[in-house]
Ligand binder design. Structure first.
Ligand SMILES: Nc1nc2c(ncn2[C@@H]2O[C@H](COP(=O)(O)OP(=O)(O)OP(=O)(O)O)[C@@H](O)[C@H]2O)c(=O)[nH]1
Ligand SMILES: [Mg+2]
Length: 444
């Protein structure tokens, strides 16, 4: 029994039109009670013009177009109605009120997509893609999410699932029918080889997924260096506007200044930081601490050096501080330097000549043309489950090498299989989906 749910699918604001969605077992009956036409007998998808009415008060609320989708041929897989009304918040509220008074209830966040998932219209990867498409801020990330919505990303898991099922069934048959001689015996080497083969597939998926995640979420980049090297100028050159204050006074930037730029499909969340040096100024010191914190949190650190000067102990300290970070070291103020052929990266934030840095960012991030086009399991949940499956396979491989009994090996293989099913939401559907759908907006 699926309760009939109602929600506004368009933003709650004044607009030309608004769409109210109704879905559930009693959808047609409830809408009929509020509509000038009876839709309970409708067999196919239909569009009807009529009035939404509060029949108890004999009052017309709005003239609307009603799109009727008979389940399972609807987004949710249930009987579904879209009421296209005039885009007034008052009207949409009145329509929802009258539907609720006649037996519908307000939908929770993501409940329509959740129903589509429960009725197997979409798998979990596709459901997540709907949310991703809505939240995409670049064309590239939207295109990637479209690949997921069409089911191409889900297909990536088919070979992994198949191979896991192959090896598990081989072991299970050995456990269940040890006496049958015509059954192929699962030998140790075979288990190890197949585990390795699947681990290899997963490694590739994780690698591609991590890259695609950068396209979807962007990366956090900290710009650090000692005072006056041109960090703020670099931030401004990258974002193309005067975000941060630039002066020739060392110690100009006190707090972290944020900026964002889309570099050929990769969004950089930039943090310009206070110049790092030993200082007696209380405020400056707080800024320096924040700069160090930014280094810890960043996925990429740009270390800015002043190319017109010799490196000093302050530069050395910063190089040491960022030693373990994923970093790019650049020499700024290239407009004042003549000899630049030593293989280092020279830029001029002042003249906005920063192409060598942009090229290096692309190289470090490791995205090529292909990454933008191919489906990938790109969110943290999907990548996390892939890694979980890999760990279980590593254990299975180890147990097999140590001659542990096949039924023990099989436990880890089953765990790996379940982790893969969880990516698609094919195991415990209701529980798994709960957390994901709660991030959706109401009406989606
Ligand atoms: N010639 C030249 N001057 C630059 C360049 N980049 C920055 N400057 C100058 O260097 C001085 C310091 O620039 P900022 O961008 O404020 O340096 P910063 O690293 O943010 O300094 P703090 O915030 O004090 O740590 C300013 O006078 C800039 O105009 C460059 O590429 N070439
Ligand atoms: Mg600055």
């Amino acid at each position: 029994m699926f309760e009939t749910i109602v929600a506004l699918a368009t933003p709650p604001m004044k607009s030309a039109l608004a769409i109210i969605r109704v879905s559930g077992d009693d959808c047609f009956a409830i809408v009929s009670k509020c509509f000038s036409k009876d839709i309970t007998e409708i067999k196919e998808r239909t569009l009807l013009v009529g009035y939404i009415e509060d029949k108890n008060r004999n009052q017309k609320i709005d003239e609307v177009v009603v799109a009727v989708y008979k389940g399972p041929k609807s987004f949710t897989g249930e009987d579904l109605v879209e009421i296209i009304c005039h885009g007034s918040m008052l009207i949409s509220q009145q329509i929802m009120d009258v539907l609720i008074a006649n037996g519908a209830r307000l939908a929770t966040n993501g409940e329509y997509s959740s129903r589509a998932f429960i009725h197997q219209k979409i798998d979990l990867i596709q459901a997540e893609a709907i949310n991703d498409i809505i939240n995409s801020s670049t064309k590239e990330s939207k295109d990637l999410s479209m690949l997921s919505l069409t089911g191409k990303t889900s297909q990536l898991l088919i070979p992994v699932k198949t191979r896991l099922a192959d090896i598990i069934s081989l072991i299970e048959v050995n456990i269940d029918y040890p006496e049958y001689e015509d059954i192929e015996q699962a030998n140790k080497q075979q288990v190890i080889t197949i585990c390795e083969e699947i681990i290899e597939m997963i490694n590739k998926l994780v690698d591609e997924g991590e890259k695609a995640r950068i396209i979807k979420d962007g990366i956090k980049v900290a710009i650090v260096g000692k005072p006056n090297v041109g960090k703020s100028s670099l931030l401004n050159a990258l974002v193309g506007e005067e975000k941060a204050i630039v002066t020739d006074i060392a110690g100009t930037t006190r707090d972290v200044v944020e900026g964002e730029v889309n570099l050929g499909g990769v969004v950089l969340h930039l943090l310009d930081t206070a110049g790092i040096r030993d200082s007696s100024d209380v405020v400056e010191n707080i800024g320096v601490d924040r700069a160090k914190k930014a280094v810890d949190e960043a996925e990429l650190v740009i270390v800015v050096l002043d190319g017109t000067k010799e490196l000093d102990s302050e530069d050395e300290k910063i190089l040491k501080l960022t030693e373990k970070s994923n970093r790019i070291i650049i020499y700024n103020k290239a407009d004042k330097i003549t000899d630049k052929n030593d293989g280092n990266i020279y830029v001029s934030a002042l003249t906005q000549d920063i192409t060598p840095l942009i090229k290096e960012i692309h190289r470090v991030v490791g995205l090529d043309e292909q990454t933008f086009k191919q489906p990938a399991l790109a969110n943290t949940r999907q990548i996390g489950l892939l890694k979980q499956a890999k760990n279980s396979l590593l254990k299975a491989k180890e147990d097999s090498s140590n001659d542990l009994p096949v039924d023990l090996v099989s436990i880890n293989l089953m765990d790996a299989y379940y982790a893969v099913l969880d990516i698609l939401g094919e195991r415990n559907k209701a529980d798994l989906s709960k957390e994901i759908f709660s991030r959706f907006c109401v009406g989606k």
